[in-house]
Structure formats: C-alpha cells, structure tokens
Design a protein. Structure first.
Length: 355
C-alpha cells in the first residue's frame, strides 16, 4: 500500500477550480479554503450557481471569475493545482446542448491542460462512471474499457468524458504533465440542483412536495450512492497523492441498491405520503452501476464512511430549506446532521435562505 502524506499537513496551494460554483466544485472550494489554499473559482454559471459560493465571496483568499472554459484562459501569477469540474453532469442539462457539452469536455479540458502546462501545475480531471456506459462487466473496475453507445442521446457526455481522459494521458506522455483522473460514481448531498433530474434530488424534492416519486423502468436497476463529503475527501487525497499515481481511480460507494429501494428510503426520511409512479426507462440508461474501489483503497487509503441514511438526512434538510416545506419523520431525537456529519454545509444553506 502506498503511504500518503495526510492532506491536512500539506503546504498551501494556489488552486483553480473550474466548475467551482457547481454541486461538487463548491464543496471543493469550501474544503480547500479551510485547508489554507488560495482558491480561484471559475464558472460560466450555466448549471453552477452563485448561491453555492456566496458565503465565500468576501473571503480574502477566494476569487470568483465568470468564464466559459471553452474559451482560452489566461491568469496572472502561479497556479499549483487545477481541478476540472466544468461540465453539466445530469442528463437533462447536458442534453439541452449536446454539441456544447462535447465542446466543454474536449475544448475545455484542452484549455485547462494548456494552462496547467504553462503554469507547471498539477491537474485533476473529474471524469465519471458514465465512461463505462451500460456496463457488461459488474462491478466496474478501472481496467474495464466500457460499453458506450457513441451515437445515442447520452453520448455527448459519455464520449466527451472519455475524450477528456484521452487528452489528459496524452499530455502526460507528450509533456510529462502531472495528471490525476477520478472516475466519479453517483454522488449526492447538499447543493444538488433542484431540477437536475438526478435520482436523489428528484426523489427528495418530489417527496417534500407530496408529489408522486418518478421511478424510471421497473425500479430494479441499481446505483451506488456516495455522500459528497466522502467524495471530496477522496478527490483531495488523489490530488495530493504521489505524481506516479495518475489514475483512473474509481471514487464511489460500493454499496449497491435498487432505484426502488432508494425511493422508499427517501420516503422514510421525509415521512412523505408520496406514491411511486413508474415510467419508461430512458434510452441508454445504465441497468447496473457499482464501483470496484480496490485501487482507491490501496493507493489512497480511501473508502466512504458516511452511511446512506445519515447522508440522506443532511440532503433532505438542505432541500427542505430550498423547497420551503418539511415534515420530519417521527424518530428518536438525534443531533442535527451538520454536527453528526461534519462538513455538510447546512450552515451555508441557512445563509443562502436568508440572503
């Protein structure tokens, strides 16, 4: 096993986070500022939102730049680290402009790689489990090359992310650039977009509103859900791993469950009377999804820690503020999610509601 230097003992960096106003990117901004980094958040606000970073705007070591990564970027001063989260990540968003999505994946990654090359910076690509397509191998190891429909409605994202991985490794081979590639599996938590069409956010919002919960297909298809705090920890550990550790590295929760089971868990967490409403499965929607995380365990010493129920409670509490109505389940009184889970950002959600 590779012995890693604890990330809390590393020196402070000047870090660029592309897509930093989005769901995962904004949590990375928070965490790196807490670790003492100077953070430059770059976002065109297509799917990101200033409310996700509003509490940070007056921080002396935080800077926000509204910019589209499809256009070249020039920055003064040194850059030590670059995280690339710049791409719509949910099917309704990336399918609105499939050509734009592909450009973001390819041209955006190319522009950030050029910046990393100019600044001699280390760069991490937020790739995705979607590079595996609708997998014929289960669970999915990093060595699996995937089963992707190159001409389907999801291809702009799936193939765009695959091309971005190719660019990362070609830049390493050609220019000896320090790269990291994380393949992110289904992630949930506070700051998910209310209307992004993802499983957990859809189910929670529908349950809080008392609307039918939309389950596509039979509900027997599976996913593995990782709470955002666990993912952020894994991303930072990968970024600060030795230069020889390039990835791809699967980051996700190997606890697999059916879509119907997650829907019923959300009903329990919200004490909702919503019913399940089954609809046809979208084209190319994966039937099963579960990561093998042996690489992350061996090279990073990482595995997820936060149980699904606790993560859902924190996420429900966040959306309750967004939706404006919440009936807590009749369970034994427990500490608030923010205290039990540490960095869940519920304090930030509070400030968003009142700002």
């Amino acid at each position: 096993m590779t012995i890693q230097m604890p990330i809390h003992t590393r020196r402070a960096h000047r870090t660029l986070i592309a897509g930093g106003a989005g769901f995962i990117g904004s949590h990375i901004c928070d965490s790196l500022l807490q670790r003492g980094d100077t953070v430059i958040c770059l976002d065109n606000l297509h799917t990101g939102a200033t409310r996700n970073i509003r509490p940070l705007l007056n921080h002396p070591h935080f800077r926000f730049i509204e910019h589209d990564v499809r256009e070249p970027l020039q920055l003064d001063g040194s850059i030590d680290r670059i995280y690339n989260f710049a791409c719509p990540a949910s099917p309704p968003h990336y399918q609105q402009d499939p050509v734009g999505t592909m450009k973001t994946c390819v041209l955006g990654t190319l522009n950030l790689l050029e910046l990393a090359r100019q600044k001699s910076a280390r760069i991490l690509q937020a790739s995705t489990s979607e590079v595996y397509g609708d997998p014929e191998v289960h669970p999915q190891p990093e060595s699996y090359t995937g089963h992707v429909n190159t001409i389907g409605p999801r291809a702009c994202y799936d193939e765009g992310k695959r091309a971005a991985e190719t660019l990362m490794f070609d830049y390493r081979r050609m220019y000896e650039l320090e790269i990291k590639v994380a393949r992110i599996f289904n992630t949930y938590g506070p700051r998910m977009h209310e209307n992004d069409g993802r499983v957990v956010s859809n189910f929670i919002v529908q349950a809080l509103r008392g609307a039918p919960i939309t389950v596509y297909g039979s509900g027997s298809q599976t996913r593995s859900f990782c709470f955002v705090d666990d993912l952020v920890r894994g991303l930072e550990m990968l970024m600060e791993s030795p230069a020889s550790v390039t990835g791809p590295v699967n980051l996700g929760n190997p606890h697999e469950m059916s879509i119907e089971a997650i829907a019923r868990e959300v009903l329990n967490c919200t004490n909702s009377a919503s019913t399940l409403e089954f609809k046809p499965l979208p084209v190319d929607d994966p039937k099963r999804r579960k990561p093998l995380i042996a690489t992350a365990e061996k090279l990073l010493g990482w595995r997820p820690r936060i149980p699904l129920r606790k993560g859902l409670e924190a996420t429900v509490a966040y959306f309750a503020l967004e939706v404006g109505q919440y009936r807590p389940a009749a369970t034994k009184k427990q500490p608030s999610p923010s205290r039990r889970l540490g960095r869940t950002r519920l304090t930030l959600a509070d400030s968003q509601r009142t700002s």
